[in-house]
Design a protein around this ligand. Structure first.
Ligand SMILES: Nc1ncnc2c1ncn2[C@@H]1O[C@H](COP(=O)(O)OP(=O)(O)OP(=O)(O)O)[C@@H](O)[C@H]1O
Ligand SMILES: [Mg+2]
Length: 113
């Protein structure tokens, strides 16, 4: 199992959710977060680096079984990108997922996803 964490632009949220549904990935958590990537200018004031402004972003968290990892990533890349790709389009992180428990049934592992 993997946890896919994607940071995307706000205006792409509905398009990404719709594309994931079409790819049979229907379980998702969505958070409004803020962050900065590598372009956000680091100004120097009186010889000291100043943290850049935070920009609003959307964080998606999707826990999937192994066979859905690639399709989830490809779907997010295709649906979250502006045109052929713009600075700030976002990023995807994939981490191993140790366990998943469906609270209602106490199922564990892949069948609980
Ligand atoms: N290494 C990172 N660690 C944690 N969060 C990150 C990291 N890189 C990007 N993010 C988050 O993702 C958001 C979007 O990042 P962004 O798409 O600007 O990445 P980038 O590396 O600057 O790539 P690009 O050159 O395409 O802009 C950031 O605002 C931040 O919230
Ligand atoms: Mg950036």
């Amino acid at each position: 199992m993997k946890l896919i964490t994607a940071i995307i632009q706000e205006d792409k949220l509905d398009q990404v959710r719709e594309a994931l549904i079409q790819a049979n990935i229907s379980r998702i958590s969505v958070s409004r977060i803020s962050g900065h990537g590598r372009q956000e200018d680091i100004d120097i004031y009186r010889g000291r680096k100043i943290a850049p402004n935070l920009r609003p972003k959307i964080k998606l968290e999707i826990a999937v079984n192994e066979e859905f990892v690639d399709v989830a990533i490809d779907t997010i890349v295709d649906s979250a990108r502006h045109g052929s790709g713009e600075i700030g389009d976002g990023k995807i992180f994939v981490t191993p997922l140790e366990q998943c428990v469906r609270i209602r049934t106490n199922e564990r592992g892949g069948s609980a996803i």
